[in-house]
Design a protein around this ligand. Structure first.
Ligand code: GRF
Length: 193
């Protein structure tokens, strides 16, 4: 059984879709939710599905191996970022080579990088009068929103779209595609081990 940890800081709607998708799956289990924000929506989502939650602290995350060790001790094989806003430290990336993926709410390499998250992304896309936007699922490396791209899906932007309506379209795309892409990537990663 491949054991996934989902890292999320926010509402957790993507985490929820992923949790639902893998319920009863014969090869992949969501074994842990890692969160850096007490009270975040994702915590109650995990609790409702009886998935353990690891609440992490900044100092320990960036300056020690405590959490890398905790993930290894729990038998975690793969990390899925779903709205996790801290940069992943090099030590954690090295401990899970090719086994950390992220979803970004725009078509990378555009509209990514430090500070580009949530509504800020959609506001920038609308301000630039783009005709389309989309989602990018990519491997995580040591730069924000930078690793190899695994999957993209697109949506049209119409004149009446606002950052808010675009955010809704993007969330729909994320919910539709992220769980299945996670499944493919995790299964592929076990074949190259
Ligand atoms: C998503 O739009 C994702 O692309 C971004 O953060 C958002 C998380 O939303 N990285 P939710 O918490 O899954 O609802």
């Amino acid at each position: 059984m491949q054991q996934i940890a989902i890292f999320a800081s926010g509402a957790g709607s993507n985490a929820q879709k992923i949790i639902e998708y893998f319920k009863g799956h014969n090869r992949i289990k969501v074994a842990l939710v890692v969160c850096n924000k007490p009270g975040a929506g994702v915590i109650s989502i995990a609790e409702r599905s009886a998935i353990p939650v690891l609440l992490i602290e900044k100092e320990k995350f960036f300056r020690s191996n405590v959490y890398t060790n905790a993930l290894k001790d729990r038998g975690i094989n793969f990390i899925v970022l779903a709205g996790f806003l801290w940069k992943i430290p090099a030590t954690l990336i090295q401990a899970f080579p090719g086994k950390i993926i992220n979803i970004h709410p725009a078509l990378l390499p555009n509209y990514g990088g430090k500070g580009m998250y949530g509504e800020i992304v959609h506001e920038a896309v609308i301000a630039n009068k783009e005709k389309e936007s989309g989602i990018t699922i990519h491997y995580v490396d040591e730069q924000y929103d930078h690793g190899d791209i695994i999957f993209q899906a697109r949506c049209d932007i119409i004149e009446s779209d606002t950052a808010h309506t675009l955010a809704q379209k993007i969330h729909q795309l994320e919910h539709k595609h992220y769980p299945g892409v996670v499944e493919e990537v995790v299964i592929k990663s076990t074949k190259i081990e």
